[in-house]
Each structure stands twice: as structure tokens, then as C-alpha cells.
Design a protein around this ligand. Structure first.
Ligand code: ZN
Length: 279
């Protein structure tokens, strides 16, 4: 059942204990095709190595970079804060371009106490304000709907439908630079999943596909994702659907897990790749 790893990409956060250089070296040595880079490995203010050094490491590895993670967080009570978020996303677009990333993933944000509908409007306005910059640097923006358990403070967009509506509304301005990242962890439960994947495909908005699993007894809302095969998501079935909808990009492994971060990361990478090929 094994398949080659050329379309496998791994998010640096999956191997959180490793540096960017370690991730690049280990993934490339294992035959993995791509790396999705979290900003904490790049930006000095987040503990990263700095953009110039990161670019050197990534280009030297020969790995493709499907995604730079994660922009977004547009809604805020005041206009100055909203502008700050827009500026931050433009900075991330510049960094993504330097790293050769195809897209910046947007975790769109939410503000406790603000109506989700208002937040969504601010997200739409924020994305609209970034589109010219995205086009100028040739990097796409992909909206990642997050599971509703994050609606309080992380994402006012919880189903593909809301993300797709923004893509539709901004389609003319976006000129192919706006779409959706489908993460099985967030959307596997959606009764409209099949129809929405179809619509994304038809609109040309299906930009990313993230895999992990939903543990039946989740111990933590953020850092207890399962590895493919640990849980109850029909990953192979969803993958078939995104491929039928015309998606031929990377399958990005994105697992945040205290349990797996505590493992020897070389052993863990072997396990990740074993599960990727089995599941
Ligand atoms: Zn994801």
C-alpha cells in the first residue's frame, strides 16, 4: 500500500522540537517533497532564525513550500488594530514570497464578545485589503475554516461554506490569489463537506489539504491532534473527494500533539511517514 512521498509535505509544527534546519534536513533525507513553514521558525521575534537564514536553509534543502503559516487574525474592536493585522499579513506575504511559498494560510480570527457575523465582515474586509499585495508578490491567501470549538477566539469561519462565500465575493479582485485550505481535522464533521469540496474545485479555490486525525477522546483542544489512523476521520475518503474536485497539490501533515512532541523526533518522523503511506 505504500506510495511515494513526493506529494507529502510536513508542517514544521508537527516536529515542534526541531529547528527549521533540522526539519528541512530530515524531511529531505526521508524523501518528503515539501515543508510547510510556521512563522515561529523564521521570525526572530517568535524565536526563529531570521528570514535571510531561513531562505538559505529552505532553498538549500530543495523542498517545495506549499504553505507559510499562519496569517489572518483580522477582526479587532478598533480600526488601528485592524490595520495592524492587515500590515502583518502583508509582511507575511513578503516573507512567504522570499521563502518560495505558494500560499499564506489564514486562521482568520475572532473576538470574544463580538458577533461572529461582524467578525466575518471584518475578515472579508481585511482579506480584501491584502489582495493587491498578494498579487504583487505572487503568493496566494488561503482561508482555513477552523472547527467550531475555536469560534470563541480563533476563527469566526468554521465551515467551508463561509470561506467559499468570501472567495466568491472577492473573486474578481483576487484573480486566482484567494482560496481555501481544507484541513480534515476542522471540517470532517460538516454535512455539506462533499458538496462544498465540489464547489471549491469548480471555483478554482481548493488551495490546500491538511491531514491529521480526530482522537475520540480528545484531551486538549489545541495540542492533542491524532496522527493519521489514531482517530475517526475518513481521511482516504476525503482525499479522494478533493482529488476528484481537481486538487493535485501536497497532502500536508499537520499534527500538534504534546504526546508526539515528547517522542524521539526521528522515531516519530518514521511513524508519521508510515501512517501517511498506510492511511
Ligand atoms: Zn491546518
Amino acid at each position: 500500500m505504500s506510495e511515494d512521498l513526493s506529494r507529502c509535505a510536513i508542517h514544521t509544527m508537527t516536529n515542534k522540537p526541531w529547528s527549521l534546519a533540522q526539519c528541512c534536513a530530515k524531511y529531505a533525507a526521508a524523501g518528503v517533497g515539501g515543508i510547510s513553514i510556521w512563522r515561529n521558525t523564521v521570525a526572530p521575534e517568535e524565536g526563529g532564525v531570521g528570514l535571510d537564514e531561513a531562505v538559505k536553509i529552505v532553498k538549500g534543502s530543495g523542498l517545495a513550500v506549499p504553505a507559510y503559516v499562519r496569517g489572518g487574525f483580522f477582526p479587532a474592536p478598533g480600526s488601528a488594530e485592524r490595520q495592524k493585522a492587515i500590515d502583518h499579513n502583508k509582511t507575511m506575504l513578503d516573507e512567504a514570497a522570499a521563502l518560495g511559498a505558494d500560499q499564506v494560510v489564514l486562521v482568520v480570527g475572532a473576538v470574544p464578545g463580538m458577533a461572529l457575523s461582524d467578525s466575518r465582515q471584518q475578515v472579508r474586509d481585511g482579506i480584501a485589503a491584502c489582495l493587491d499585495h498578494a498579487k504583487a508578490v505572487h503568493v496566494k491567501l488561503s482561508i482555513e475554516p477552523l472547527h467550531p470549538m475555536y469560534a470563541g477566539d480563533k476563527s469566526c469561519i468554521n465551515r467551508i461554506a463561509e470561506a467559499r462565500e468570501i472567495c466568491e465575493a472577492l473573486n474578481a479582485d483576487a484573480d486566482g490569489h484567494l482560496g481555501v485550505a481544507v484541513d480534515v481535522y476542522h471540517v470532517w464533521w460538516d454535512p455539506d463537506l462533499d458538496a462544498e469540496i465540489d464547489k471549491l474545485g469548480k471555483g478554482g479555490w481548493l488551495l490546500g489539504f491538511h491531514v491529521c486525525d480526530w482522537r475520540l477522546e480528545t484531551r486538549h483542544l489545541l495540542t492533542d491532534r491524532g496522527l493519521m489512523g489514531d482517530g475517526c476521520i475518513d481521511i482516504a475518503g476525503i482525499r479522494k473527494k478533493v482529488e476528484a474536485a481537481g486538487f493535485h497539490g501536497f497532502n500536508e501533515v499537520e499534527v500538534f500533539s504534546e504526546q508526539y512532541w515528547a517522542m524521539n523526533q526521528d522515531d516519530y518522523l518514521d511513524l508519521v511517514l508510515e501512517r501517511y503511506q498506510q492511511v
